[in-house]
Design a protein around this ligand. Structure first.
Ligand code: ANZ
Ligand code: ZN
Length: 852
């Protein structure tokens, strides 16, 4: 009997599977398709446990679906453009392309070591010209549809990386998500994608996504941020212009006591009176370096100053002061607000601080005293007061009536507003897909003709990390003739946000080698939508929203016929490691320096905090997948990850549990290798014995439970428990020479195959099979085998358990009592006494209460 040696057998099977092209996607259309997709990684160079988890989850699903008769597409690729490669070029003088491809090679090797059944013939790398040619082509689809445009915009400027960041790449404290630098504001001409054109569809179609977590759909809906209200204009006294505001509460328009402009609003300088000019200018300068969050948080003081200008409320004819304040954002709505302190929390605070009047126009329907002074903003619906024609109306009615009145008077109209903004896609960086546009002094922005794609990244550039991007410094690349008139013109030197690369990669996989098209209509109509997408919750908003947007735009260009790219979404939890932290100093301590039974800071002797937290280098709590693979093998690592927590939940890495899975696989190894040395009966002759029946029941219970655990909800952890139960049942079976035992061993290996593919294959072939275990059909449940025909009945005498008997499972209450009375146990304990009462609990016990 040989020992279980994962290292050698795993490598052997990985090679064999590759040689046999076991995981190549079938080209035939004879079976239903299943597209299993993991979010592709950024090639940082090393696989971490988060990767291991995600790819293992998708792999189990893909392997299961193959065995269930689907043709499966489970591809892999690399989200390979981006800042780190360029930073490596700046810091270490290594070209981004070289750095990236080295990392890809290394990570690919590590992934192969995990035994993931990827179809590598469809590998994509977004930094390859074969790929970004089509990213550029897609950009031009957007451009031609009027969905890509340039405008001057206040952008987030990262002073360390010297680049513009999307709002989403700036954290709550106004810092860059990559460099951590405090982000500044700067005006630049930038390219945008008009995602706002699709805001309503992106919101509505969330309803189609029945296989998505509610939480993710809610995050998307909030990001889109639809508000229904009105656009109203307030004439300015000192000029012929008007201040336009967006409000969700037109019913409060009689309560307006001032108007506020965003400091950046173009009217600001026009309405400011001479005496206020200096103060206003210095206020604007102060605000311009604050982040959006700092400006709008409810708990921050609201700062603002009067401009000296005056507006007129068209409804009341009243003159009201025009202010500017930091809590009004230029980018949202019209960049101006009608101030209603009585009914808005922020306005209330602002009015209190600035001594502006507060005028109540809505009261609670049952309000006892409408004259009482407000202690806080009243934000709920109610009855309208102090509002002329509209007095006495309920506020929802008043909303409609006031909008209608405004429309008749040409003071404004109904308006729907979204928080979603257009997507700023240009980056002043080298390592990205060049935007395929040429700027001509006479023709303007001219698209690069399709036949000239890709616009290749020049290789010979300098990386200083400062100033303009490397592309704009390369004269020979920048200067080209205009494709339209032939006169001297200049290439666009911005590259695209890498989120663009990942917004369509799932369309490329079905036909990844296609040299003539980004994708083939028939192929994508066949394979998409993705049946199961697996990835991190950190992509809940942007990547998923952008991919949905791309899908809708390309569908509208007639390139395919589906509305949504991802039918089902699984967001896997984090992998957490044991973390030691000194609460005094805030320092993290590597576990190697800590005595686990008495954790103290090795330097100061202070007691350490011990807890689980997401693995990361800076916290010294990471576990290197390669070490785990070397020590236990891929199958154990996979089993541990699947067993330790349901896939959506966070997972605490615990060596003891890894060890536990290793022992389990060793038990399976022993069980099957021992079986291989026996010569069991080929078939069952006559009726099944009692122990054969029991074993069959265990086998089919396992099939039923595991199939149910994997169908839909993917409860891998409970499925692994069922595998353990089946292995125990086989171990304990009294019929090891029976053909039923053979059925049990084979079933165990087939059920184990998606989870621990290597050991399952080794043992499967070890018991004389020629074909791969991964080519076996997923077993069906024999319902007859599940029927229980005998149960164990407990016999109690006056509440004390005295013994058990076997009885037919379908016996009635009366029969149960009869069996119990006649049992040896009862005969022995009841001698001579009278049975006062018999308590029967069907399926469980009979209790005889004895009397005098
Ligand atoms: C008057 C009013 C009265 C408002 C009231 C609210 C309550 P959402 O739901 O987020 O769309 N607002 C409009 N544009 C703004 C901007 N650029 N910066 C900051 N605030 C802005 O919120 C819309 C409400 O936010 C609008 O309705 C406006 O204040 C404010 F009792 O108008 B309201
Ligand atoms: Zn031209």
């Amino acid at each position: 009997e040989s020992r279980y040696n994962p290292a050698s057998l795993e490598e052997k099977w990985q090679q064999t599977w590759t040689e046999r092209q076991l995981y190549q996607t079938p080209e035939t259309r004879d079976r239903p398709k299943f597209y299993a997709l993991s979010m592709f990684p950024y090639p940082s160079g090393n696989l971490h446990m988060g990767h291991v988890r995600v790819y293992t989850i998708t792999d189990v699903i893909g392997r299961l679906k193959r065995m269930q008769g689907y043709r499966v597409l489970n591809p892999m690729g690399w989200d390979a453009f981006g800042l780190p490669a360029e930073n490596a070029a700046i810091e270490r003088g290594i070209h981004p392309a070289k750095w990236t491809y080295q990392n890809i090679a290394q990570m690919k090797q590590q992934l192969e070591r995990l035994g993931i059944a990827f179809d590598w013939t469809r590998e994509v790398a977004t930094c390859s010209p074969d790929y970004y040619k089509w990213t550029q082509w897609i950009f031009l689809q957007f451009f031609n549809a009027g969905l890509a445009y340039q405008k001057e915009a206040a952008v987030n400027w990262d002073p360390i990386d010297q680049t513009v960041l999307a709002n989403e790449q700036v954290d709550n404290e106004g810092r860059s998500w990559r460099s951590g630098a405090k982000v500044e504001r700067k005006l630049l001409k930038q390219w945008f994608f008009k995602i706002t054109d699709y805001a309503e569809q992106l919101l509505q179609d969330l309803d189609q996504l029945t296989g998505w977590p509610e939480r993710v759909k809610l995050m998307q809906a909030n990001w889109i941020g639809k508000s229904v209200g009105a656009y109203l204009e307030f004439p300015i006294v000192e000029s012929s212009e008007k201040v336009a505001v967006f409000t969700t509460r037109p019913d409060t328009v009689y309560g307006v006591t001032y108007v506020v402009l965003a400091p950046e609003h173009p009217l600001t300088r026009k309405v400011t009176t001479q005496d206020r000019l200096a103060a206003v200018e210095s206020f604007i300068a102060e605000v311009s370096n604050q982040s959006e969050l700092e400006r709008t948080a409810d708990d921050k003081p609201k700062r603002g100053i009067p401009t000296g200008g005056t507006a007129i409320n068209p409804f009341t004819g009243e003159e009201i002061p025009i202010w500017i304040a930091d809590y009004v954002l230029y980018e949202y709505g019209t960049g101006a607000v009608m101030g209603v302190p009585a009914h808005d929390v922020r306005d209330f605070k602002f009015a209190r601080e600035q001594n502006l009047p507060i005028k109540q126009v809505i009261v609670r329907a049952d309000a006892a005293d409408e004259k009482a002074e407000l202690k806080e903003a009243y934000t709920e619906p109610g009855i309208v007061i102090n509002s002329d024609l509209f007095n006495g109306m309920e506020s929802p009615t008043a909303k409609g009536e006031i909008i209608a009145h405004a429309e008749r008077q040409k003071w404004g109209k109904a308006r729907v507003q979204y928080r979603l903004r257009d997507w700023l896609i240009s980056r002043q960086r080298y390592w990205g897909a060049p935007i395929p546009v040429i700027h001509c002094p006479s023709c303007g922005a001219v698209p690069v003709p399709d036949e000239d794609l890709p616009v290749q990244l020049p290789e010979d550039v300098a990386f200083s990390g400062r100033g303009l991007s490397p592309l704009s410094q390369l004269e020979s690349w920048v200067n080209v003739p205009c494709p339209s008139c032939g006169e001297p013109a200049k290439r666009e030197t911005d590259t695209m946000d890498t989120f663009i690369d990942s917004s369509w990669y799932f369309l490329r996989y079905p036909d990844a080698q296609n040299a003539d098209k980004a994708f083939d209509t028939q192929q994508v109509n066949d394979w998409l939508p993705v049946d199961q997408y697996v990835g991190g919750i950190e992509h809940a908003i942007l990547h998923l929203l952008y991919s949905r947007f791309f899908t809708k735009v390309l569908r509208d260009r007639g390139l395919f016929n589906f509305d949504e790219p991802f039918q089902r979404l699984l967001t896997q939890g984090m992998v957490q490691g044991l973390t030691y932290k000194n609460p005094q100093t805030g320092k993290y301590i590597p576990s190697a320096q800590v005595n686990a039974s008495d954790p103290k800071d090795p330097e100061t002797g202070e007691a350490l905090q011990v807890f689980y937290e997401k693995m990361s280098k800076s916290k010294y709590n990471g576990v290197d997948p390669l070490e785990v693979l070397a020590k236990y093998g891929a199958d154990t690592a996979r089993m541990f990850i699947l067993f330790k927590a349901p896939p959506e939940k966070d997972l605490e890495w615990e060596d003891a549990d890894v060890e536990g899975q290793f022992r389990f696989l060793n038990r399976v190894w022993r069980l099957v290798t021992e079986y291989a040395e026996t010569t069991p009966a080929k078939e069952v002759k006559g009726e099944l014995s009692k122990s054969e029946k029991e074993l069959r029941r265990s086998i089919h219970t396992a099939i039923k439970e595991i199939t149910e655990d994997l169908d839909g909800e993917y409860q891998f952890n409970t499925a692994v428990s069922e595998l353990m139960k089946l292995s125990n049942a086989l171990n304990d079976a009294d019929c090891k020479n029976s053909a039923i035992y053979t059925e049990g061993i084979k079933t165990l290996l087939i059920l184990l195959a998606p989870f621990a593919p290597h050991i399952a294959e080794e043992l499967w072939q070890g018991i004389g099979n020629q074909t791969s275990v991964h080519e076996q059909s997923w077993p069906g449940v024999d319902l007859d085998a599940l029927v229980v025909d005998e149960i164990t009945l407990v016999i109690q005498i006056s509440g004390k358990t005295r013994g058990t008997i076997q009885v037919p499972a379908q016996a009635t209450r009366e029969e149960l009592e009869q069996y119990a009375r006649e049992s040896e146990v009862a005969q022995k304990y009841i001698t001579g006494q009278e049975i006062k009462k018999a308590i029967v609990v069907p399926g469980k016990l009979v209790n005889f209460v004895l009397g005098k």
